[in-house]
Design a protein around this ligand. Structure first.
Ligand code: ADP
Ligand code: ADP
Length: 222
C-alpha cells in the first residue's frame, strides 16, 4: 500500500524528511516521534498534498507524480488542524466534504454521509452544530470525513491528541475496526498510543525512520 524509499522533503534549508524509508500494508501503522521529527510532513506527502523533493514513493501501487487524482480518490486524510466549518451541523459538514470530493449524486452522497457518521458513532448528534461538539466528538467527525468513499488508505495526523482516557478507549476500538481491512497510518508523539492503537510502529527521528516493527518489539528495546 505504501512503499517509500529515501524520501526527502526540504523547507528552505531545513530537511523535514531526510532519506526516509518506510513500508506499510493492511492494519494500523503508528508514526511515533517527538515534535519536529517529520511526522506531519510524511503524512502530507502520503496524502499527496506535498510533493517530495527526492526519493521514491508508491501509493496503492501507483506513482503519485503521475496518478495523483486516482490516489486521492482512494485515500482519506485527517489533517492535524482540520478546517471544520463550525457553524455547520455534523451532517452538513460531512456533506460539504463529500461535495468537495466530487460526490455529485445527491441521493447516494447523502447515503454515504449517513454511513460514515454512523460508523464513527455520531448519528445521534448529526443535527448538532460542530461548534457545540466535545473534543472527542470532533475527533470522530474528523475521522468520519476521512472515511467518505470507502478509502483503502486512511491517513490520520495526531487523531488521539487531547482525548481523555475514557475517550481513548472507545477511540481505540474505532481505529482497530478501521485497520481490519484497510491501511491506516496515524501519527502520535505518545508511546502509550502506539501500544494501544497500532499493529506496527515506525519511530521517526530527524526525518528518518529509526525503527520499524511491532509495539512489542519496540518495548523490548526500551
Ligand atoms: P512533526 O509532525 O513530527 O512535529 P513536522 O513534519 O511538522 O514534524 O516538521 C518537521 C520539520 O519541518 C520541523 O523542523 C518543522 O519545523 C519543519 N517544518 C514543518 N512544516 C514547515 C513549513 N511549512 N515550513 C517550514 N518548515 C516546516
Ligand atoms: P500541477 O502543476 O499539475 O498543478 P503541482 O506540481 O503544482 O501540479 O502540484 C499540485 C499539488 O500536488 C501540490 O500540492 C504538489 O505538492 C502535489 N504534488 C505534485 N507532485 C506530487 C508527487 N509526485 N507526489 C505527491 N504530491 C505531489
Amino acid at each position: 500500500m505504501i512503499e517509500a524509499v529515501g524520501l526527502v522533503k526540504t523547507y528552505g534549508r531545513s530537511r523535514a524528511l531526510d532519506g526516509l524509508t518506510l513500508t506499510a500494508g493492511k492494519g494500523v501503522t503508528g508514526l511515533l516521534g517527538p515534535n519536529g521529527a517529520g511526522k506531519s510532513t510524511l503524512i502530507r506527502v502520503l496524502a499527496t498534498v506535498l510533493a517530495p523533493d527526492g526519493g521514491e514513493l508508491r501509493l496503492l501501487g501507483r506513482d503519485p507524480g503521475a496518478d495523483r487524482l486516482e490516489i486521492r480518490r482512494r485515500l482519506g486524510y485527517l489533517p492535524q488542524e482540520p478546517g471544520f466549518q463550525r457553524g455547520f451541523t455534523v451532517f452538513e459538514f460531512v456533506d460539504y466534504v463529500a461535495i468537495l470530493k466530487e460526490m455529485t449524486h445527491r441521493r447516494s452522497r447523502h447515503d454515504e454521509v449517513r454511513r460514515v457518521i454512523e460508523e464513527v458513532g455520531l448519528t445521534a448528534v448529526g443535527g448538532r452544530r460542530v461548534r457545540t461538539l466535545s473534543g472527542g466528538m470532533r475527533r470522530r467527525l474528523g475521522i468520519a470525513q476521512a472515511l467518505l468513499g470507502e478509502p483503502e488508505l486512511i491517513l490520520l495526523d495526531e487523531p488521539a491528541a487531547g482525548l481523555d482516557p475514557e475517550q481513548r478507549l472507545s477511540f481505540g476500538e474505532l481505529i482497530a475496526r478501521l485497520g481490519q481491512d484497510r491501511t491506516v497510518v496515524l501519527s502520535t508523539h505518545q508511546t502509550e498510543d502506539v501500544a494501544a492503537l497500532c499493529d506496527r510502529v515506525a519511530v521517526l527521528k530527524a526525518g528518518r525512520c529509526a525503527f520499524a516493527g511491532t509495539p512489542g518489539e519496540l518495548r523490548a528495546l526500551a
